[in-house]
Write a protein that binds this ligand. Structure first.
Ligand code: NAD
Length: 468
């Protein structure tokens, strides 16, 4: 039996089956997670449907309980950290910070106003546009930031008056299930149900008749399947998908001055961030300097098991992803690229990989064109800025991007030409609850965060009162 349970209708629910969860630092199964049956999924949706009737009716209670949910997450960060670290691999302090970060999203939405807009007030009528909840939401999350990405969905969905069934990735189910147990102590039964299982469970959710909305974060390939599954029932969808973020360095920078921020824009969470820097374009004149400054950072980073003192990067989360990063780096090197540092796995068990800087590489190489989602960064040289911008945009992805310059105005001019949801100047991965986050092109449909993220869990209603 699994030690951490699914939460359905406010209660911990045992399952007849479980599946193993691997600790990526060892490559060994370290715990069992509950495997949700079809009947239990039906029960979860039924409970969410029942809870919706009262939950949507009391905005004051929703705000009060979102505040309590935030406080519960802040209080539980120390407990959630080790659970998340053991299944995800990230350093313990980052795991606990992620749990705390989820609380910040609950706090933000607890106080966010839901607008009512008056569109007519004359002798004939008083008309307002109000925002109504959609009903039950099916929420599906990936394995890189299980807690904080779940909070991006739970907080706005619940504030708007919806209820939810949430499914984490099978690679990282435990911290999210634990969060479900913790929040069951705060929220009325059925408002947030948390289930776990394999990818098939996700398919059952997206084809289930109850949910009116699917909020999905994951890969482009799965996102397309989710969109197709939602279509026959016209379920609303928000899709937060993959990225292949470019960073364009302008010719006026000092490589040493940008190296630290640029490096961590790419290697945070071991490069397993949808909106991490995944390719860097550098003017020829500065190329060697930027490559060397990034390589120096990469060499100095401490990689290891997440609870070891001073560790900055953990293992890659899972074997398929480890194999993918290894394969993409090997393909690049075979094609003539140079691994200035790294370029191979770290011996000793687990899915550890050396932080890798790839030079002498260009567009058309798989690791430049595809999403590597791991600790390997290609650095590409350019001669003409317009050409660099064109190459940065020549992709199906469009999540985010950044421009690095000693002149922020010049940087902003170039950044505005990037075809993506967020364009940073002298920063990357600067995310916050109030900023809408989403992707252009194949990187997604809709946004999360800020009032715009809330609107995605609502639909408009014109409330028209005749005066005539
Ligand atoms: P994934 O698409 O393999 O899985 C994501 C989730 O979908 C998991 O819970 C999985 O069980 C479920 N799933 C799988 N097949 C399904 C199906 N047919 N129907 C419904 N659900 C299904 O992605 P992943 O490997 O877990 O995550 C990595 C990807 O997520 C990367 O591409 C990354 O860029 C992306 N990502 C995007 C964002 C964003 O906000 N844009 C954030 C984090 C990660």
């Amino acid at each position: 039996m699994a030690e951490i349970s699914m939460t359905i209708d406010g209660a911990a629910v045992p399952t007849s089956d479980t599946f193993g969860v691997i600790n990526p630092a060892t490559g060994e199964v370290h715990a069992q997670a509950p495997d949700c049956s079809k009947g239990q999924l039906d029960a979860a949706f039924e409970s969410a449907n029942k809870a919706y009737r009262d939950w949507k009716a009391d905005e004051g209670l929703r705000r009060e309980l979102l505040h309590k949910a935030a406080d519960a997450m802040f209080a539980a960060a120390g407990e959630l950290g080790p659970i998340l670290m053991a299944e995800q691999g990230k350093p313990l302090n980052e795991a606990a910070t992620e749990a705390f970060g989820a609380g910040i999203w609950f706090k933000y939405y607890a106080d966010l106003q839901i607008p009512r807009e008056v569109i007519q007030d004359d002798d004939n009528a008083f008309a307002e546009v109000i925002r109504r909840p959609l009903g039950v939401v099916a929420a599906i999350t990936p394995w890189n930031f299980p807690l904080v990405l779940a909070s991006w969905k739970i907080a706005p969905a619940l504030l708007a008056g919806n209820t939810m069934v949430l499914k984490p990735s099978p690679y990282t189910p435990l911290a999210t299930l634990k969060m479900g147990e913790i929040l069951a102590g705060v929220l009325p039964p059925g408002v947030l149900n948390v289930v776990s299982g394999g990818d098939e469970l996700g398919q059952w959710m997206t084809s289930h008749p109850v949910p009116r909305k699917i909020s999905f974060t994951g890969s482009v390939a799965t996102g397309k399947q989710v969109a197709a599954a939602a279509a026959p029932d016209l379920k609303r969808v928000t899709l937060e998908l993959g990225g292949n973020d470019p960073a364009i360095v302008l010719d006026d920078v000092d490589p040493a001055a940008i190296a630290d921020k640029l490096f961590w824009g790419a290697f945070q969470n071991n490069g397993q961030v949808c909106s991490a820097v995944k390719r860097v374009y550098v003017p020829e004149r500065l190329y060697d300097g930027v490559v060397e400054a990034l390589a120096e950072k990469a060499r100095s980073v401490k990689v290891g098991e997440g609870s070891t003192e001073g560790v900055q990067l953990g293992p890659i989360n899972n074997k398929p992803q480890f194999d993918r990063v290894s394969e993409l780096v090997a393909d690049a090197v075979k094609g003539g690229a140079k691994a200035v540092t790294g370029g191979k796995a770290i011996d000793g068990g687990g899915y550890f990989y050396e932080p890798t800087i790839l030079a002498d590489i260009s567009d058309g190489t798989r690791i430049v064109d595809e999403e590597q989602f791991g600790p390997a960064l290609p650095v590409i040289s350019y001669r003409d800025l317009d050409d660099a911008v064109e190459r940065a945009n020549a992709t199906h992805f469009g999540l985010s991007g950044s421009v690095w310059s000693a002149d922020p105005d010049r940087g902003a001019e170039v950044a505005a030409r990037l075809e993506c949801g967020t364009a940073w100047v002298n920063a990357h991965l600067a995310l916050a609850p109030h900023q809408p986050f989403g992707g252009a092109k194949w990187s997604g449909i809709g946004v999360e965060n800020g009032p715009w993220g809330l609107y995605g869990f609502t639909e408009l209603q014109v409330l028209y009162r005749s005066k005539a």
